[in-house]
Design a protein around this ligand. Sequence first.
Ligand SMILES: [Zn+2]
Length: 197
Amino acid sequence: MANLTLYYGTMETGKTTKLIQDHYNYSRYLIKLILMKPKVDTKGKNTVITRTGENVNVDIIIPKSANLLSKKYFNKYKYAQFILVDEAQFLSKNQINQLWYIAHKYNISVVCYALKSNFKGNLFEGSSQLFARSDEKHELTVNCSCGKSAMFNARRVNGKYIFSGKEVVIDGEHDEIEYIPLCSDCYLNFVLNNKCN
Ligand SMILES: [Zn+2]
């Protein structure tokens, strides 16, 4: 039977590179594949694009209130063997439950690639539910500039770490915004100025 699988990590852990590699491997074996991503991720428009410029086309863009079990979406994925979902942290709790249902009711393997936490160090809604519902979880890691394993996605605006603002601001859309993977010690030091938030 199929499973719901999660690959998660901070920025720059190669989640999208892994998705594109998986997409290539499954396609090579003629596995019927559907690629989805949330509408809120406007990066790359209707493609998934890595930092090195590789890209694949997205089959289904998921609006915030979409019900993935409705006929409109079901008809698009019903013959698929695999569904890959990029930036799954931006999906709602209900949409994650729907993906879990698709895996176990319709026997379609669903693989989600997601950021674990937002720039304030809290779980995204989609990630939180993915931790609750995924049958398999794999952490992807990257080192902080100090050499320790990164835990946080710090937001930097014009080169300065900040701890305020909206949860979702897509980098690349705003030139001045970037996300930096930091370990706990560097996050406490550079972002929280050694205070408890
Ligand atoms: Zn560090």
